[in-house]
Design a protein around this ligand. Sequence first.
Ligand SMILES: Cc1ncc(C[n+]2csc(CCOP(=O)(O)OP(=O)(O)O)c2C)c(N)n1
Ligand code: SF4
Ligand SMILES: [Mg+2]
Length: 417
Amino acid sequence: MADEHTQPNDGTDKPQGKKPKLPPGFEPKAKKVKLPPGMEPKAKKAKLPPGMERTAKKPTLPPGARPAGKKPSLPPGMAGGDGAPTKLKRKDFASDQDVRWCPGCGDYAILAGVQRLLPDLGVPRENLVFISGIGCSSRFPYYMQTYGVHSIHGRAPTLATGLKAARPELDVWIITGDGDALSIGGNHLIHVLRRNIDVQILLFNNQIYGLTKGQYSPTSELGKITKSTPYGSIVYPFNPVTLALGATASFVARTMDRDAKHMAYVLKRAHEHNGASFVEIYQNCNIFNDGAFFDFTEKATKPHRAVFIEHDKPMIYDNGTKGIRLDGFRPVSIDLTDGHWSADDCIVYDETSMELAGIAGRMFWHDDLPRPFGVFYREERNSYEDMLHMQIKHVTDKRGKGNLEALLRSGDTWEIT
Ligand SMILES: Cc1ncc(C[n+]2csc(CCOP(=O)(O)OP(=O)(O)O)c2C)c(N)n1
Ligand code: SF4
Ligand SMILES: [Mg+2]
């Protein structure tokens, strides 16, 4: 009989949503970090470079840059553009490549969801670019009849940053996995979010390395038995939503492969947003981590394990029988059927509130709380490329057009003979 620890995903993992059990011999320690005197955090308003003040004056944008919250208007004659009659269909976005994911993989549903959505977004194919890293999920650009780059492990944000800086009118999507985005690409992900490059980032989270056949990833739960953690993972997982919020992302959402309608809604919202839109998508890897999210995605458990958050609406779930209320700063589940509480007692979700996003984002390990799906946070602020082109214009207006030749020959130069 094969040793059970050599088997990938042997089915002994704790269901998601429950506080994971530490491997034997490891007890959690709760330590409070004390700041040294004089290091209390101060709330300071950031100073913008000259010509880039956000308030009062709205600077005129140079050609190619667009103001926050606006999507580019396409030239006449282009599909979906001003006066263009041709509407593309889902099949127009499918390439002639054979899709090489395992039968039953959640990646198929995400691919179909994106291809179904694109005709409604009205962006011509020649303006669309899908950039991925490495992993099963990162094979995505092959299957799209658009421009695309299957790039280097964890570096899709890097390529996307360069492309958007040079060609801000392009509609750029980053496709990445939990390993690609959060292990090798962790540094690049936080900076693309901080810089607020106007891209859509779709993180296919299957809580495992799929392509390399089932090693644990930064989102694998504590105690997870995999090929690379035969005695159970001893590492706390990242929660991608709170990670993105911490990296000052201007749009943060979560959806799932098994709810096409919700995924379409979230992706559309992400696309509407000017700036980096981060979307975590729970994706089933039926080969190496089957059922990782079934608590939240399957009919029998979804109603009481998932809560769908909507702006300006009370946080209600379980077919309207339960809600989420704030008890001090803690979210608690309340019963709406026994006459004690009503919908008026529930949190009315505000997706522009960083504080609420933090609270909802941390509804993660509690057995007695559902996990939220939807748009956690949205903030209107200029994208990096808007600011970049504004700054170039400001400096050019002031100092005139630059001369590269003169610049190269200025200052201390040497002639090598
Ligand atoms: C520089 C480098 N390091 C490691 C690898 C091996 N590798 C390929 S994909 C991958 C992880 C993929 O996991 P994830 O991003 O979660 O994608 P999935 O396959 O699960 O969709 C790793 C470690 C590599 N290809 N290149
Ligand atoms: S290994 Fe998993 S993630 Fe990769 S294609 Fe197969 S089912 Fe999908
Ligand atoms: Mg993965």
